[in-house]
Design a protein around this ligand. Structure first.
Ligand SMILES: Nc1ncnc2c1ncn2[C@@H]1O[C@H](COP(=O)(O)OP(=O)(O)O)[C@@H](O)[C@H]1O
Ligand SMILES: [Mg+2]
Length: 371
């Protein structure tokens, strides 16, 4: 059963098409993240679900009912913003109960729900304070409490954590996730941060330029990106893209078009064409272990954070890269590395971890069916 159903939704501001033919189904109780670069239309999509923006065409259903022409208050969804949007002169309790009081709910019901929600969010001792007397994390919790208390059909979050410092953000991420596990409320969560999307959501929607690029479980997006954009957006540091040529029976490629950098592939593709090889930094190993294919590279720079080391390397000058152009790659390894700029190293990768993309369309090149 789907709680939110979007079919062929379009949204334009004047001549600017901001959302392009969006179709998306959010299962009841799911936690869905909308992720994509700034300006790709995440907030606009969320606001059309909330009813804060009118759609240009398409259908939008919430809990089975078409809501295209319904005002926000009749949609029964709750928005949680980055800015919290709390009333500064009201206490925590009054902020949380505002919507219920507006609807003239009985006093006893309101009191019971405040007690429940305060308990869930650990706000019991703060009910009498005003937002000014709260930390950022506490304010965020009050904003969530205000949404939860209404028991809405869906929660809509627009980058709710981006005003918090890094450590608090990680903590609140876990809190929101736990809250979702406890309440099971359908949630749509907007973020530009792919790590946030990957760690919080059951289902991730990658948007680019107003259109959906891919929808899938977090690890599906990581393991089977449909195109170069998704491959480069999901994963940190980002995937390396290296011009290459498919050779032999289509079961090997030459990195940078260089015969000295021949890598066997896990699966065969149609041979004899130029492609982009996608190599994730965390799949590259120094020295090359196990089933790894190897190639030679030169260390250009080394960045250590203690727990991780990021090594920038150049590989052979390839035909497709243009003579004299070094192809650069990032390798990520855990812990501290002893390599130094200028070192010659051998780099390995498991054939199954090599992605192949069409250089023009950016689409992932699927393996050929077995002959
Ligand atoms: N009220 C508006 N009028 C015109 N253009 C807008 C309006 N709101 C947003 N846009 C444009 O729509 C695009 C998507 O914006 P937005 O949904 O805010 O992106 P995101 O939340 O992904 O950063 C942007 O190009 C933005 O400039
Ligand atoms: Mg936004």
């Amino acid at each position: 059963m789907f709680q939110i159903e979007i079919e062929h939704l379009n949204k334009s501001y004047g001549h600017a098409r901001v959302l392009k033919d969006i179709s998306l189904q959010v299962p009841l109780g799911a936690f869905v993240a909308l992720v994509g670069p700034s300006g790709c239309g995440k907030s606009t999509l969320l606001r059309t679900i909330a009813g804060l923006e009118k759609i240009t065409s398409g259908t939008l259903k919430i809990a089975g009912v078409v809501v295209n022409d319904k005002p926000p208050r009749e949609r029964d969804v709750a928005m949680v913003f980055q800015s919290y949007a709390l009333y500064p002169h009201m206490t925590v309790e009054d902020n949380m109960t505002y919507a219920l009081r507006l609807r003239h709910r009985p006093k006893r019901e309101i009191a019971e729900r405040v007690a429940d929600v305060a308990e869930i969010l650990g706000l019991g001792l703060l009910l009498g304070r005003t937002p000014r007397a709260l930390s950022g994390g506490q304010r965020q919790r009050v904003a969530m409490g205000r949404a939860i208390i209404r028991d809405p059909k869906a929660f809509l979050f627009d980058e709710p954590l981006s005003n918090l410092d890094a450590s608090l953000r990680v903590k609140m991420r876990g809190e929101i996730r736990k809250l979702h596990q406890r309440l099971g409320a359908t949630s749509v969560y907007v973020t530009h941060d792919q790590i946030e999307a990957m760690t919080m959501a059951d289902m991730v929607v990658v948007l680019r330029d107003g259109a959906i690029e891919q929808v899938g479980a977090p690890l599906t997006l990581y393991q089977q990106p449909v195109n170069r954009f998704v491959a480069g957006f999901i994963g940190s540091p980002a995937m390396n893209f290296v011009p290459a040529i498919l050779v032999d029976d289509g079961n090997s490629l030459l990195l940078g078009g260089d015969a000295a950098c021949r890598l066997r592939l896990g699966q065969r593709r149609a041979p004899g064409r130029a492609v982009l090889a996608g190599l994730r930094p965390e799949h590259l190993t120094l020295g090359g272990v196990g089933k790894a294919q190897t190639f030679a590279a030169r260390v250009e720079s080394v960045e250590g954070t203690g727990s991780m080391t990021f090594i920038e390397m150049s590989i052979a000058h390839g035909a497709t890269a243009g003579a004299g152009d070094a192809v650069m790659l990032t390798l990520a390894q855990s812990g501290i590395s002893t390599v130094r700029p200028g070192d010659r190293v051998t780099v390995g990768i498991d054939p199954a971890d090599i992605y192949v993309f069409d250089p023009d369309s950016g689409l992932a090149l699927q393996a050929d069916p077995a002959p």
